[in-house]
Design a protein around this ligand. Structure first.
Ligand code: SF4
Length: 247
């Protein structure tokens, strides 16, 4: 069998925003979605330039250097779309579990097949990015209609895998009251959903578009204000009626 090698865009050894506690976060290269607001366009091309090419064991060896720091946190795979490299994710998580490390994957769940679902065998928490619930709106925001993401959520429920929903709120695009209400009502019926993370749109990645020579699709759209995101968080803070739903 050919050796599994992950194509890794970058590493962050003390991540605090991608799952519980302090985490070793690995950004994998490749993503098919092309979200209008993406701040990591340099991760899109699966064959693009990467910082590392590691086997799962090599990545684990790197992680273990930080073991004392992440003992109450764990490891997170993100990207890009990590599930573009399912064999790598699965084997890395399997090794992490052997070491007693908590495993989290941040995914849009847009690729649903036997291989991607097999990663869930070794996954403790999923951060599931829902771009938009409405299929037409989702196709406008990214290169998918979102149905696979909802199928993925069904699978998480069937497997009882704790899930945090993530949703980027973009002025004039996804910041609509009725749409947010619908999203909350939809995910609420899934008992695995522990939390909804509202992510304010920002423009910190726009320089990367310039570097890559790509037009930035949301030129002129201002970042979501701190007041607006506070209002949204406040409005839905008890929406799930679950102990862990408060941030
Ligand atoms: S899923 Fe994430 S990495 Fe992929 S295009 Fe969308 S925001 Fe960018």
């Amino acid at each position: 069998m050919a050796e599994i090698v992950g194509r890794i865009h970058s590493l962050e050894s003390f991540g605090t925003v991608d799952g519980p506690g302090i985490r070793f976060v690995t950004f994998l290269q490749g993503c098919p979605l092309r979200c209008l607001y993406c701040h990591n366009p340099d991760t899109w091309n699966p064959k693009g330039k990467v910082a590392y090419e590691y086997t799962p064991q090599q990545l684990l060896d790197e992680v273990l250097r930080y073991r004392n720091f992440i003992v109450r946190g764990g490891v997170t795979l993100t990207g890009g779309e990590p599930l573009m490299q399912p064999a790598f994710c699965r084997e890395f998580f399997r090794l992490c579990r052997e070491e007693g490390l908590h495993t989290t994957i941040d995914t849009a769940g847009s690729i649903v097949n036997e291989q991607t679902l097999s990663v869930l065998d070794y996954t403790d928490l999923v951060l599931l990015d829902i771009k938009a619930l409405d299929a037409e709106k989702c196709k406008h925001v990214c290169a998918a209609d979102g149905r696979n993401t909802l199928r993925f959520l069904d699978e998480l429920q069937a497997r009882s895998i704790p899930t945090w929903i993530r949703h980027v709120v973009v002025p004039g695009l996804t910041d609509d009251e009725a749409g947010l209400d619908r999203l909350v009502s939809y995910v609420k019926s899934y008992t695995v959903v522990e939390k909804i993370e509202w992510l304010p749109y920002h423009t910190m990645g726009t320089f990367k578009y310039k570097e890559l020579g790509i037009d930035y699709p949301l030129e002129g759209v201002l970042p979501l204000s701190a007041d607006r995101i506070k209002t949204i968080k406040e409005k839905y803070k008890d929406a799930l009626n679950r102990e862990s739903s408060a941030e």
